[in-house]
Each structure stands twice: as C-alpha cells, then as structure tokens.
Design a protein around this ligand. Structure first.
Ligand SMILES: [Fe+2]
Length: 226
C-alpha cells in the first residue's frame, strides 16, 4: 500500500511553485502529490484523489519509464520529448502526456489563494473581456471536450492568452498538437477524475474546480512566461 502523503494543502508552499520541477521532469522517481488526499475536499473527495494519483497517474509514469527505457528519450526531460513526440510513437506520447499533465494538474490545485495577479487579470481582461467570460470559455472547453482529455489556459507564441481543449493525454507542448503554447492552467476531464463523486455530471465537477485553483502557481507561471 502506498504511503499516504501527510502534508496539508499548501498553496504558496515553495516546492509547489517551482516551475523547474516541470522543466526537469524525468524518469527518476514518481513525484509526490503535493498535499494529502483529502486536502481538496469537498470539491475533490479523498477516494478519487487516491485512485487518481496512486493508480492512474502512477500507471502513466511506470508505462512512460518503460516506453523510453533504452531509447534516446530516456535521459531527456519530458518537455524536451514533447517537442519531438510525433517521432516518438504513441506509447511515449500517451504515457508521457499522462505523466506530465497530472503533475501539472496537481500543482494547479490548492486552496486559499487570492486569485489572478493584477498582471494576469489584465491579460485575462484583454483576451476574454472579463474574468467571468474567461471562466465561461475555459469551462465550456472542459465540458464540451468529447470523451477524454484536458482543457487549458495557455500562452500562445505571440504571448496572448488562449483557451482550448486537447484529446486523450495530449497537451500544448506537443509538436503534433494543433493547440500549442505554454500551459498555465489545466483541468483533467477524464471520467476517472470525477466519476466517483460526480458520476456523469461533468459540469458540476468543472464548476467545483474553480474553488480549488492554485492561483499562486498560475500567477508565477504567467510571470515567468511573459
Ligand atoms: Fe487523470
């Protein structure tokens, strides 16, 4: 049985804000969940969190490690692999995406943060008209992704904010993705992310998500990216 992560939520904790963790993500060890399984209750229940992290996420990590073993990708960071993932094949694409996207998603979640920084708020207003319109666009992308996938707030090549969804375990860092840029915020809309608590009601899960966005982390990513 896996050890239960005992630390409490931690929006603002320095290790939860370190972007380098993502840039240097490799195959050495399965990253710890940055909070306890019940830290995001009642929005995400402890059982869902435990199965999501310790079964689903861990399986992507293990399968990715096996897929890159003995290849040129073995000692590259996952982000570097994504830049040429079209050549790497589906096992690396799907499991590398599953590995990376979940690490990113855990960092995106937390409690008690104030909201977008003045800089990010201003960029959101410029791109979407208002925070409410951004929220609506992001939520719509999450709710309307057919089947399994992810919705993203990301920065495009010309430094503008945009919202889109990707299928399966694809993400905006992958060379083959039509949605391309630097991710700031994501939501996992695979059924395994919400089915135990929300069953078929994905919109309720998407609505709950807004209570547990770790804006400190998103603000930090935005500041570093622009
Ligand atoms: Fe997931």
């Amino acid at each position: 049985m896996a050890a239960v992560v005992s630390r409490q939520t931690l929006a603002g904790e320095s290790d939860n804000l370190n972007k380098n963790d993502m840039e240097n993500l490799q195959t050495k060890e399965f990253p710890a969940l940055p909070y306890a399984y019940d830290a995001l209750e009642p929005y995400i229940d402890a059982k869902t969190m435990e199965i999501h992290y310790d079964k689903h996420h861990r399986a992507y990590f293990n399968n990715y490690v096996n897929a890159v073993k003995g290849t040129a990708y073995e000692n590259m960071s996952v982000e570097t692999v994504f830049a040429e993932v079209s050549k790497a094949g589906d096992p690396i694409r799907n499991n590398g995406g599953g590995y990376y996207n979940h690490v990113f998603f855990w960092k995106n979640l937390g409690k008690g943060t104030a909201g977008p920084s003045p800089e990010l708020s201003s960029a959101i207003n410029q791109a979407f008209g208002s925070f409410e319109k951004f929220k609506e666009a992001f939520s719509t992308a999450a709710k309307t992704r057919f089947g399994s996938g992810w919705a993203w707030l990301y920065i495009t090549a010309d430094k503008k904010l945009a919202v889109a969804s990707t299928p399966n375990q694809d993400n905006p860092l992958m060379d083959l993705s039509p949605v391309k840029g630097t991710p700031l915020l994501t939501i996992d809309v695979w059924e395994h992310a919400y089915y135990l608590k929300y069953q078929n009601k994905r919109p309720d899960y998407v609505e709950a998500f807004w209570n547990i966005v770790n804006w400190d982390y998103v603000n930090r990513l935005y500041k570093e990216a622009v």
